[in-house]
Ligand binder design. Structure first.
Ligand SMILES: Cc1cc2nc3c(=O)[nH]c(=O)nc-3n(C[C@H](O)[C@H](O)[C@H](O)COP(=O)(O)OP(=O)(O)OC[C@H]3O[C@@H](n4cnc5c(N)ncnc54)[C@H](O)[C@@H]3O)c2cc1C
Length: 434
């Protein structure tokens, strides 16, 4: 019989294992289906791992219950996060408010977590997938039965399935007094986050709010995108619902053959999803000169027309924007590229200027989980105590990380929540000895 079992060796699981041991847990067993820990964590922040943010506010997170986030941040602040990482030997480096390990290597953060776990005597069981969980205990005295399958057996299972033969049933069972499920959401399924945890939670009586991708690219069905693929340009992006402005932010826009990507796009993808769900359409507006006022830019363009009157229209935006983008803009504005600037009317320059500041982008959908950095939705936080991450429905059952209905903006918020909720649940498990 195990004291504490943790399912999922990602950010939340590793932090929880350390916290549980430090808080007095008799034994801690961490089960991970991959052959190593922190597969996704090693790829975060382009391999540099943006693990928290100095500007830590509840408004940077989304959830069914904002009060849950507020209560969580009271228990695990930005300073608490840095304190934890200092305690495992990780020094931070700031880029603006974004915080990274000083090494700028996500893998060094994973090794620091792993080394600390080994020093504390956490038992690690990799290449082992949890298949099912059952609570065979009564009322306050939960007793969890965990069905596992080793990689060897999984390989056999796949091979047998391929041969349409009978599935082997060589699983083994574990028992635990306290159980933490932190198997992640559905984003980047190749890292191991394939959503089994939702099934476990439902089997134990929990509500799962439909998961959908968050922090992801946005698609369009418009043909012009084929022509701008590869362009990177500073942009101000706005999202409207009718006349109402829902989102406005600046950042580097990455133009792709299917639509748009980049941090500024990720930040509003969740809202685009909601607008699409509600209205069936979502309209974005792009400004390619966010550092200028439209009026003063029009003035600049009209002066440019006068000064270069002998030049052809096709050179009018030369050296102002990337040429692939210029082609798209000229086509959309039906700009007379073969006429000289002296032949082009002021009204036409005005139309082009308007397009430069209000380029319409009709979103058709947001990307799927393979391209998403996070999962919105998940286990309802109304059924979980924010101080301990313990289930309100099943004593001694805990949840942490992306599996819960909490998602943050880009900037280290999702890892802050994964580490923080892991630490709070680990502490609570370690201290609970009834
Ligand atoms: C490309 C990318 C970049 C990102 N960059 C950042 C960033 O810079 N900053 C930031 O804050 N956030 C970032 N995120 C988001 C962040 O990585 C996640 O929110 C965070 O890792 C979630 O941690 P977790 O422990 O809840 O889940 P995960 O890290 O997904 O870990 C869950 C683990 O559980 C294991 N598991 C699943 N099912 C089972 C099972 N049945 N049995 C055994 N084990 C199982 C999985 O293999 C996995 O290892 C990024 C995400 C992606 C995809």
């Amino acid at each position: 019989m195990q004291d504490c079992v943790i399912i999922g060796g990602g950010a939340a699981g590793m932090a929880a294992a350390i916290a549980a041991k430090r808080s007095g847990a008799q034994s801690v067993l961490l089960i991970e289906k991959n052959d190593s820990l922190g597969k996704k964590l090693k790829q975060t922040g382009n391999g540099r791992c943006n693990f928290t943010n100095r500007n830590m506010q509840a408004s940077c997170f989304r959830s069914e219950s904002p009060t849950f986030i507020e209560a969580f941040l009271k228990q695990f602040s930005y300073e608490d996060c840095l304190r934890f990482f200092h305690s495992i030997g990780v020094l931070e480096k700031l880029r603006g408010d974004y915080v990274y390990p000083h090494s700028d290597q996500a893998k060094s953060l994973v090794f620091s977590l792993e080394n600390t776990m080994r020093e504390l005597g956490v038992e690690l069981m990799c290449s082992t997938e949890v298949k099912a969980i059952r609570n065979s205990g009564k009322k306050e005295n939960s007793l969890f039965e965990i069905n596992c399958c080793t990689e060897e057996e999984l390989k056999k299972e796949k091979a047998f399935k391929a041969e349409k033969d009978i599935k082997p049933k060589k699983t083994f069972k574990l028992q635990a007094k306290k159980l933490l499920v932190c198997t992640g959401g559905l984003a980047m399924p190749s890292s191991g986050s394939t959503g089994e945890g939702y099934r476990f939670a439902e089997a134990l009586g929990h509500t799962v709010l439909s998961p959908y991708p968050s922090l992801c690219p946005i698609y369009t069905e418009e043909k012009f995108v084929k022509a701008w693929a590869g362009v990177r340009v500073d942009t101000e992006l706005s999202l409207f619902e009718g006349e109402e402005l829902l989102f406005r932010d600046r950042g580097e826009l990455q133009c792709t053959e299917y639509g748009i990507s980049g941090i500024v796009v990720f930040q509003c993808s969740r809202l685009v999803h909601s607008v699409l769900e509600k209205n069936g359409k979502a309209m974005l507006s792009l400004s390619f000169f966010p550092e200028f006022k439209e009026e003063e830019f029009l003035h600049f363009l009209l002066k440019r027309k006068e000064e270069r009157s002998a030049q052809y229209g096709r050179d009018f935006l030369l050296a102002l924007l990337p040429d692939k983008l210029v082609s798209v803009l000229f086509q959309k504005a039906q700009f007379p590229v073969d006429k000289t600037l002296s032949e082009i009317s002021k009204e036409k320059i005005g139309e082009l200027c308007r397009l430069l500041f209000h380029f319409p982008f009709k979103a058709s959908k947001i990307a799927d989980f393979t391209k998403a950095q996070c999962t919105a939705g998940g286990i309802s936080v109304l059924e979980v105590y924010p101080e301990s991450m313990e289930s309100k429905l099943c004593p001694k059952l805990y949840f942490a990380g992306e599996i819960l209905d909490v998602d943050g903006l880009c900037g280290g918020y999702n890892l802050h929540f994964a580490f923080g909720s892991g630490i709070l649940s680990g502490r609570a498990m370690g201290r609970r000895n009834d």
